[in-house]
Design a binder for this molecule. Structure first.
Ligand SMILES: Nc1ncnc2c1ncn2[C@@H]1O[C@H](COP(=O)(O)OP(=O)(O)OP(=O)(O)O)[C@@H](O)[C@H]1O
Length: 659
């Protein structure tokens, strides 16, 4: 049973006999110089030697005319090859598009544009490679035939010197082809594996270092590199076989003809004929052989690799179907993000334009107990601009404004107490077809403000937090933090703490100073301020080794909160970062952040968070409301509702983190 791709290639070539005939006919014209060159040179030399310059010149003129005709033939060959190759390309593309649409219909997901673009690229590669293979093989065959006929016409005695080595070289090359294709593919795969391993290594560097797994990770990557080196060595050895084939098939005949001159002379083959034979060999046969070795060696392997990829992507299996009728198959290439989009488009939450900082009435921040939470990716104090000031120093009250001024290396225009956050008609949707989660929201958070964001579940609070942190880019409008677009903020300019706390294997100190290099006393001070001093003692102090699996969610939050507290960031965004803490612990942590110089935005998990904030932003889908807790209680029924839910009379106390 023939592989569908083989059927497709053969079908495209043999299914158009007229085009093949045209290719053949024009190829005869294109190869005419290969037949005439030796003959014309030999006869011209004989003419000049016999004092008949007219004859010599006539042969040279004939050779020139044949070259001109050959140029016309070459042009027509290109068109004839295109007539075969373009339908091949169309059939490939048709099959792929059909397959992609079928999968989309079967899975209900829109086709991944990136995957389709990649496949299209592979189709172009396959088309070009097939054209190159057809051109090169055809040119070699017609040239070899023309040279053989030319030698036969010139002097049949030449053939025993030329044909045997030529055929041996050709056989050697043909025999090396399958191994060459395998070696080339093995090398490409090894190359991809090395790139993947290196990419994963770089992506996980922090975890690797924190787990002390440098040598193990290094050894694993080195293994991939060594595999690739071995594959490269095997490929180089096979490439050497190619060179030997060319030497035997192309150049050995030249040596044999030269060495056989006395023998040829004894059989009446004069020097002019020998020169003509050498012209055949060096001007026609060797270049054609070289073209075959290079062209097929490279293009056929490219063709094979591209077709293999296309087969995979299209889901064409090994079974019959000698055409591009792909069977539905899971889309391998679809970007994970696209899947996520498709899977979670559901909730049409909206926040509209009403909120604005203009009407803000800053009120005093209130207080309460401790808390704990996650510190995710965006901020990295290790990358912090030199001169960035640890928050412990800021929070301990030492010239906060000056300190933020020094932290200005982050690219944020600092003002006393933190950057201003400005949203100007900001919209965001998770996919091109999804309803916007944030819709034309305008909002101003003054420098040093403490804002609580509240709203029903799924309304877009986390999305808003991510937009302000710059980890999501708005689909409309602009988010400015201290005058800088949020997406261009330096990593240390802000810290966003989500619900899920990130704690890695390593010491407590390493976990806490991950975003800022600060001395142990400042770390202890911060741990105490945030409410984690008891936890630090219980764990065994700053040098204690942490196993994240043995920590409760609240303990992990406390560690992440302290880490963020120590970060040199003038803007802190807590996205339900205290949700696993009991109310007292949450209050203590939030109070610490409220005292810390800078702008603070808290996605509230409890009403107490809103009570502590100077202002509250209520997201309710159709509109947003901004004001103090009291304002909103009076003006927004939804807010009153939420407050009612937050404070049910019989609410059970939540689990306390370790003191
Ligand atoms: N990566 C995503 N892809 C697609 N949709 C998403 C994605 N993240 C969130 N959503 C959707 O966007 C909407 C807003 O989500 P978001 O997490 O911002 O709401 P929230 O108010 O923070 O919710 P909660 O209070 O439950 O955490 C939801 O409908 C959610 O399903």
């Amino acid at each position: 049973m023939r592989h569908p791709i083989v059927s497709l290639v053969l079908g495209s070539l043999l299914g158009r006999p007229k085009a093949l005939l045209r290719i053949g006919a024009w190829s005869v014209l294109e190869a005419a110089p290969a037949f005439v060159i030796g003959l014309a040179i030999a006869r011209a030399i004989e003419g000049f030697g016999a004092d008949r310059p007219g004859t010599g010149l006539a042969w040279l003129a004939a050779l020139g005319a044949v070259w001109l005709l050959a140029a016309l033939g070459a042009r027509q060959v290109v068109l004839a090859v295109a007539a075969v190759v373009e339908p091949f390309r169309d059939r490939l593309l048709n099959g792929l598009v059909t397959g992609t649409l079928r999968r989309a219909a079967a899975t209900g997901r829109p086709p991944g544009a990136a995957a389709v673009a990649r496949v299209n690229l592979q189709v172009e590669v396959a088309r070009d490679a097939l054209a190159a293979v057809v051109t090169v093989v055809r040119s070699f065959a017609f040239t070899a035939l023309s040279v053989t006929l030319g030698l036969l016409t010139l002097a049949p005695r030449l053939l025993p010197l030329v044909l045997p080595p030529f055929l041996i070289g050709l056989a050697l090359f043909a025999a090396s082809l399958p191994a060459l294709a395998r070696a080339q593919r093995a090398f490409l795969e090894a190359d991809e594996r090395t790139a993947t391993a290196a990419g994963e290594l770089v992506g996980g560097l922090r975890d690797i270092v924190s787990c002390g797994a440098e040598s193990r990770a290094g050894a694993a990557t080195l293994e991939r590199v060594e595999e690739q080196a071995a594959a490269g060595g095997a490929l180089a050895r096979l490439t050497a076989v190619r060179t030997i084939a060319l030497a035997v098939g192309g150049w050995l005949p030249v040596v044999l003809v030269l060495a056989g001159t006395p023998w040829l002379a004894r059989h009446g083959v004069g020097p002019a004929v020998v020169v003509g034979a050498l012209a055949y060999l060096t001007q026609s046969l060797v270049p054609a052989f070289n073209g075959l070795v290079e062209g097929v060696g490279v293009s056929a392997v490219r063709l094979g690799a591209a077709l293999a990829r296309i087969t995979e992507t299209a889901g064409w299996d090994e079974t019959p179907a000698p055409g591009p009728e792909p069977a539905p198959a899971p889309e391998r290439d679809a970007a994970p993000a696209a899947r996520r989009d498709a899977g979670t488009d559901a909730a049409p939450a909206t926040a509209s334009a009403s909120a604005s900082g203009r009407d803000a009435a800053p009120a005093a921040a209130s207080t309460a107990g401790p808390g704990a939470a996650p510190a995710p990716a965006p901020a990295s104090g290790r990358d912090a601009a030199p001169g960035a000031v640890p928050a412990a120093a800021l929070a301990s009250g030492r010239d906060a404004a000056a300190a933020f001024g020094r932290a200005g290396g982050t690219g944020v225009v600092e003002t006393d107490g933190g950057p201003m956050v400005r949203l100007d008609r900001v919209s965001f949707a998770y996919g091109p077809y999804a309803a916007p989660v944030v819709d034309e929201l305008s909002l101003t958070v003054p420098p040093g403000d403490h804002l609580a964001v509240v709203g029903p579940s799924g309304i877009g609070k986390s999305t808003l937090a991510a937009l302000i942190a710059g980890t999501l880019a708005p689909t409309g409008g602009e988010v400015l933090v201290g005058g800088v677009p949020a997406g261009r903020l330096a990593p240390s300019a802000r810290v966003l703490i989500p619900q899920e706390a990130y704690v890695f294997r390593g010491s407590l100190l390493e976990n806490l100073t991950y975003l800022a290099d600060v001395p142990v006393p400042a770390v202890e001070e911060a741990m105490d301020a945030v409410g984690g001093a008891g936890l630090a003692r219980r764990l065994g102090g700053p040098d204690a080794d942490l196993d994240p699996r043995t920590l409760s969610a609240g303990e992990r939050q406390l560690i992440a909160l302290t880490r963020a507290y120590l970060a040199p960031s003038a803007l802190v965004i807590l996205d339900e970062a205290t949700c696993h803490l009991d109310p007292a612990a949450e209050a203590r942590a939030e109070e610490a952040f409220a005292r810390r110089p800078g702008t603070l935005i808290v996605v509230a998990h409890r009403v107490s968070s809103a009570l502590r904030a100077r202002r509250v932003l209520l997201m309710d889908g159709a509109r947003t409301h901004l004001g103090t807790h009291g304002d909103l209680l009076r003006t927004a029924p939804l807010y009153a509702d939420l407050v009612g839910h937050w404070n049910p009379p019989d609410r059970a106390p939540e689990r306390q983190p370790a003191p």
